[in-house]
Structures are given as structure tokens and as C-alpha cells.
Write a protein of this length. Sequence first.
Length: 220
Amino acid sequence: MERRECFGSIQEIVYQDDLTMVQATFGCRDCLDFKACLQFAKERDELRKQNMIAKIIDLSEVHSNEIGSCLLECLSRIYSSPLGIALFRNFLLFYEVPKETTSSTLTIPISPSMLELIDGEEGLLSEEGFTLRIVLFQSHFPGQQKANKGLIACEVARAISSDGAGVNEILKVLSEPEGAKFKRLDPERRIGWLIERWGFRDEFQAFQAELPPPKGKKRS
């Protein structure tokens, strides 16, 4: 059977508690290729996820095997979550920085004419351009894998929710009610919301437990 031009255009929208619903056009209702189209879209997204993670790991500057393994697991879990598709038009790079340097993120919009610098001939990223997000972080928790994963998840959440472009990508994969709730959150609560939805609650708590208490306060 000859496939339509729209083949593989179906996507899933995330609802509360990570329930998803297939988003399709009106014409999909009577399409004989509906199931094949859905399966193709899932396989395509899985391949994109694997290629994206491999390229991120390859191009990032991570010095220790411990942080490298934490980064690989974090990316796999984030991209496998229902909200992982929100990162497909964002390319993340990670750099370990000296302990005296503050963790931070840099956001750089990249035009379609510059895609070949990263994408080559693989067609990994959108032809409409993408956003390069550079995450600079300290690996200041030797032997504390949970805390390091919490740090990475926190910085990824901060990077993706730090500007309008990232927020819009998240809203595209949320249902309208969930999107309305997300837009009402302040920046810090958006970070916590993403960490929760990606499944890093325990890791984030371990990360927070390793942080020094604010001046003048003792940790309870």
C-alpha cells in the first residue's frame, strides 16, 4: 500500500499522571494506515532519541566515568518519559566545570543554515532550526550517584524552562489543561514540576540534601 505524505505524523499528547492521548487529524479516523502510522511514529522517535543521546554524550565534555554514567542514565530516562519529545528541538551539551565555578546554562538559537555543524546528513534535528543548550555543572558529589543524577536533572529542567522557546516546546506535548497549569507556575516551580514528571524526585531530594544550608540556617 502506498503511504501518504502525512505518514508518521501522529504524536501523543501528555495528560495528568503521564497519561497520553494520540493526536491525529480528522482524516486519520478512516485511514487504513492508522496503526502502522502510530507504530512508525513511535519507532522514529525511539531512533531519534537514541541518536540524540549518543551525539550528546559524544560531544559533551565530561571528565569522570561516574558522571558519564549518571549523564547517560539521566538522558535515557528523560527522553523515555512522555515529556521527552519536548527536547527533540533542543540539543543539550554538558561541560564539567571547576568546583569554584557556579553551575549555569547557556541558550543559543541555531538557524537552519547552521544545522550541518551538528546534524550532518543524519536528519536528526528539525529543518526549522533548533536551540543549543549548554549546561555547565560541577560534579561536587563524589560517590553520590543519586545526588549527581539529581543535579543533572535539575540543570536540564532549568535549561529547558529558562526561556519562551523551551516553554513552548513543553506546551506542545501537554494537553490544554496541563499546559494551562504549567504556564501559571513560576520559573522555580517549573523546574520542580519537570523533575517530578521525569521521575527524579528521589534523586533531586538526594541532591538537595548534599547542598550546604543557606547562611544563618542549620539543616533540619
